[in-house]
Design a protein around this ligand. Structure first.
Ligand code: ASP
Length: 441
């Protein structure tokens, strides 16, 4: 049997012949016999081995391979994708890169160069990191489809050049941006991880360093076949990796600021990162990336409340050019049964406004067959949102209405069906295990 010793690159030996390249080559000393010699010569001829010599002094074969060739302990050579991952960080602003204005004490976003100074750890990462930023870093409460389009354009342009993307973003609207990007990218086969922090990186107790460094690590993670382990838009925050379009911001002060109520976390970070692989989306076949950057903002979120007057709902539904309404209803999708309420919704639907029913509850789902109030809404053509979040429903509508080649029936159909895992239609079917997990938590 063949045994081997793994050595470190030897810079002095024959360095004049191999030059600087030697530094990134792996050096193996393999027990010399005719079998191993034949194997190594074969690999040499097929250009997997760059240097070969018989070390007569110690009777070993000295072999050098490029870093992506590994000789295992059975003496077999295997090509591995050990290239360092390359990650693009896109900085949009948010608390993570903010500093107090000395005169007012208010936090305001700064350039990434400030962040870089506070994060010497970035240089120690075992991957190649490059940084880009929006023209003007912003507080995420000012985010709009204009910035989403800019992010989509940037990622589309750099898609082939990087293994993954990390977006630094304010927490206030992170779930909206994550949802919008999830619908924007079709056939996404690389990770886009959004993260940020509750305390600026300049503060001693900041959560920003931890969040950013782990997000980069997750974005660099590969499967055995070399493809990215995560192939969807996610939010990473306070040790949890979550599907982006399932998240919502739940706290303005706790480090645990996000939650995915209706879908299990995709990974948990402790002393190591535990992936929940069966819940992570991955592309079954390699298809070209399609980016839907156009959006239409003629949509509204209408949260019903006891005592709502007809004037309120009429005013909202008569907005000029309105295309879609995210109707936040009670419990499992219930709304008042009053004649005026149902009639007003019906008139809007008949005029071509699409209305999707989303629950006001944090967790659970809309089931319009459960109570007769819900059934009334289904009868007039309100679309069931199942367990979708308001953030996902709203941004999905914006993107679908932005596609001018889609007619109303097609948009209605696409709204009623999950496109990027944003809701589960049937909790008793393929998502049963997911539902059971959530219930059991
Ligand atoms: N207002 C900030 C923002 O969303 C809050 C944060 O980043 O945590 O930009």
């Amino acid at each position: 049997m063949l045994s081997f010793l793994l050595g470190q690159p030897n810079h002095s030996l024959h360095s004049c012949l191999l030059g600087e390249k030697l530094r990134c080559y792996k050096r193996y000393l393999i027990n010399f016999n005719f079998d191993t010699l034949a194997l190594v010569i074969f690999c040499w001829l097929s250009q997997k081995v760059s240097y070969l010599c018989i070390r007569r002094d110690i009777y070993f074969l000295e072999v050098r391979t490029s870093p992506n060739i590994h000789i295992n302990n059975r003496g077999l050579m295997k090509e591995q994708n050990t290239d360092k991952a390359s990650i693009l960080i896109i900085y949009t602003g948010g608390t993570i890169g903010m500093m107090e204005n000395p005169s007012t004490g208010c936090l305001r976003p700064l350039d990434f160069t400030y962040l870089e100074d506070e994060l010497p750890e970035l240089k120690k990462l075992d991957c190649q990191v490059r940084v880009k930023q929006l023209d003007q870093p912003i507080d995420s409460s000012s985010i709009s489809p204009k910035e989403w389009k800019a992010l989509g354009t940037m990622i589309e342009k750099e898609y082939d050049a990087y293994d993954g993307f990390v977006i630094l973003h304010g927490t206030d609207t992170m779930s909206y941006t994550a949802s919008a990007l999830s619908f924007m990218f079709r056939h996404l086969a690389k990770p886009i991880i959004l993260t940020g922090s509750q305390l600026p990186v300049g503060r001693l107790r900041t959560d920003g360093k931890e969040n950013l460094i782990t997000a980069i690590e997750i974005a660099s993670e590969k499967k055995e076949d070399g493809s990215p382990r995560v192939q969807e838009v996610c939010v990473f925050f306070n040790n949890y990796l979550m599907r982006g379009n399932r998240t919502c911001k739940v706290s303005s002060e706790r480090f645990k600021a996000f939650k995915s109520y209706n879908y299990p976390e995709l990974a948990y970070v402790g002393i190591d990162i535990r992936y929940n692989d069966s819940f992570i989306r991955s592309q079954k076949s390699k298809k070209d990336l399609i980016v839907y950057k156009e959006m239409n903002s003629n949509v509204v979120v209408l949260k019903i409340f006891p005592g709502m007057t007809p004037d309120v709902i009429k005013a909202v539904l008569s907005i000029e050019g309105l295309r879609g309404v995210v109707l936040e209803t009670f419990g499992s999708g219930n709304a008042p049964m009053s004649e005026w309420f149902i009639q007003t919704l019906k008139e809007a639907i008949n005029k071509g406004v699409l209305i999707i029913n989303v629950t006001q509850c944090d967790s659970g789902r809309v089931d319009m067959k459960r109570y007769e109030t819900g059934e009334l809404l289904a009868d007039i053509g309100v679309i069931c949102g199942y367990d979708i979040t308001t953030e996902a429903a709203l941004t999905k509508m914006m993107i679908l209405f932005g596609q001018e080649d889609l007619d109303l029936d097609e948009i209605s159909f696409l709204l009623a069906n999950p496109l990027r895992g944003e809701f589960c239609i049937d909790r008793d079917n393929h998502e049963l295990s997911c539902w059971t997990m959530i219930q059991g938590r």
